[in-house]
Design a protein around this ligand. Structure first.
Ligand SMILES: *Cc1c(COP(=O)(O)O)cnc(C)c1O
Length: 461
């Protein structure tokens, strides 16, 4: 038996007091947001109409490596953190691999995912600014739940635009959000200009994240003392999620373990960016050789098959343009069960890292993801979220590769959440009726055709 325990917990004293800003260590910064009207970089004032002031400061900060976590947020974190870092002894035994496998489990709170890490911070900053209400979108519902919890805690009103198919597929998720006092509006809705336009163009559509974002942004911009809050993609969201990587690193350091490979699922890139940030910081300073792998669904392959161009963050083309790997803001992903990974774009930080060769990416089909999920549930006990199971599938592949080559890699992956609200997906898998959707080149081209043909994209398209 090794001397690493099954679970490594941190004491309150060992919990991070600072977030880690990887941009301060990156050799190349991602290009700035562009205002689509002027084709010039967005000013702070452009962003202040939409986002909270403190979040914008963090968004634009490229120099401070460490950013202090306010006392009030650290207090909230204590409610559900530290999260356990687990040595997956039982999974290792099942796979009969020489690899060491570790996972960081973020599903131990009512929202069931890592999203509460940023919700806690963003709701706090909205309250601190004296705002009355905030708006957001939610796909699978984890983010809406997390933000509803944080809004209740700090005493803010919240409108959640929930992708219509999710609201219908997951009535229980919707009820949790309502229980915390937030309004849930299925999107597209008749309550906004953007929603009405999309309903007219695509009657009967089940909606998409991009569309729900348009509605939430419009609501924030047309309501007094209200701002919009986003659960992924943006740099400040990744920053808040670095508590995942920092806790993991502190826990592993206690046992002298440096991972050879860090794996995470990528939707908008926030949990992955937050998990890898401190390990990548070491690599960028020449202190380690750690490799990084992002895992996405084959049905929505923004990194592995997308284009690195400027694109809108929403489908109604109302947000600033971000330089990122994208399938096109009009890309409508097929009905995959990993709702949290169905986003056309990708975090600009993760996109830049991928472009510069600091990480790899792989796309996995649904059935393979659920095979991994079931294998994991049986030996490690936790019923994983479909999103998280993308990381499990890649970790299993890496461990089996170690078995073939005899190499004893140390693998760390992010287990972002639980699958309790995804039982209809498990039912399909158990019934053998789950389909694998892989878009054709023609499907992708339809999405690429929606990328704006504007000046900043001239040399890129
Ligand atoms: C939202 C979500 C994701 C994907 O979001 P990222 O911003 O890419 O981290 C992954 N797993 C779970 C459980 C989620 O809820």
């Amino acid at each position: 038996m090794e001397n690493v325990p099954y679970k490594i917990y941190l004491t309150e004293e060992e919990m991070p007091k600072y977030w880690y800003n990887i941009k301060a260590r990156m050799k190349t910064q991602h290009p700035p947001f562009i205002n689509p009207a002027t084709q010039k970089p967005c000013s702070k004032e452009d962003l202040q109409a939409v986002f909270c002031n403190d979040c914008i400061e963090q968004e634009l900060n490229e120099t401070d490596e460490w950013i202090e976590i306010p006392e009030e947020i650290r207090a909230f974190y204590k409610m559900f953190r530290p999260s356990p870092l687990v040595r997956a002894y039982f999974l290792e035994r099942t796979l009969d691999t020489p690899a060491e496998i570790y996972y960081k489990f973020e599903g131990n709170n009512t929202s069931g995912s890592h999203k509460l890490n940023s919700a806690a911070a963003q709701a706090y900053y909205a309250k601190k600014q004296g705002l009355k209400s905030i708006t957001t979108e939610t796909g699978a519902g984890q983010w809406g739940t997390a933000l509803a919890m944080a809004s209740a805690f700090y005493g803010l009103e919240l409108d959640v635009y929930m992708v219509k198919v999710s609201a219908e597929q997951k009535p229980h998720r919707k009820e949790v959000i309502r229980t915390y006092g937030a309004n849930v509006i299925p999107s597209p809705s008749e309550t906004t200009e953007a929603g009405r336009k999309i309903l007219k163009e695509y009657p009967g559509t089940g909606g998409s994240l991009g569309c729900a974002i348009s509605e939430a942004v419009e609501k924030a911009c047309t309501t007094q003392s209200c701002r919009y809050v986003l659960g992924s993609v943006l740099d400040h969201v990744l920053l808040h999620q670095t508590v995942i990587g920092l806790e993991s690193k502190t826990a592993l350091d206690k046992f002298g373990v440096t991972p050879d490979l860090v794996i995470g699922c990528v939707g908008g890139g926030s949990n992955y960016g937050g998990l890898i940030a401190p390990f990548l910081g070491d690599r960028l300073q020449g202190k380690s050789e750690t490799e990084f792998l992002g895992v996405e669904p084959a049905s929505c392959p923004s990194l592995t098959r997308g284009k690195f161009v400027y694109d809108f963050c929403d489908s109604a083309k109302t947000t600033p343009l971000a330089k990122m790997y994208t399938l096109g803001c009009g890309f409508m992903p097929s009905a995959s069960h990993a709702g949290g990974l169905r986003y056309h774009g990708m975090s600009p930080i993760v996109s830049q890292l991928y472009h510069d060769g600091y990480m790899n990416a792989v796309a996995v089909t649904q059935n393979k993801v659920f095979e991994a999920a079931v294998k994991f549930a049986k030996c490690e006990g936790i019923l994983p979220a479909p999103e998280s199971s993308h990381a499990i599938a890649a970790a299993i592949d890496a461990a089996l590769e170690c078995k073939r080559t005899g190499r004893k890699k140390r693998i760390l992956f992010g287990l972002t959440g639980t699958g309790y609200f995804d039982l209809s997906a498990y039912k399909q898998f158990n019934d053998g009726t789950m389909q694998d959707y892989v878009p054709t080149e023609a499907d992708l081209q339809k999405g690429f055709d929606t990328v704006p043909r504007c000046r900043v994209n001239e040399d890129l398209l």
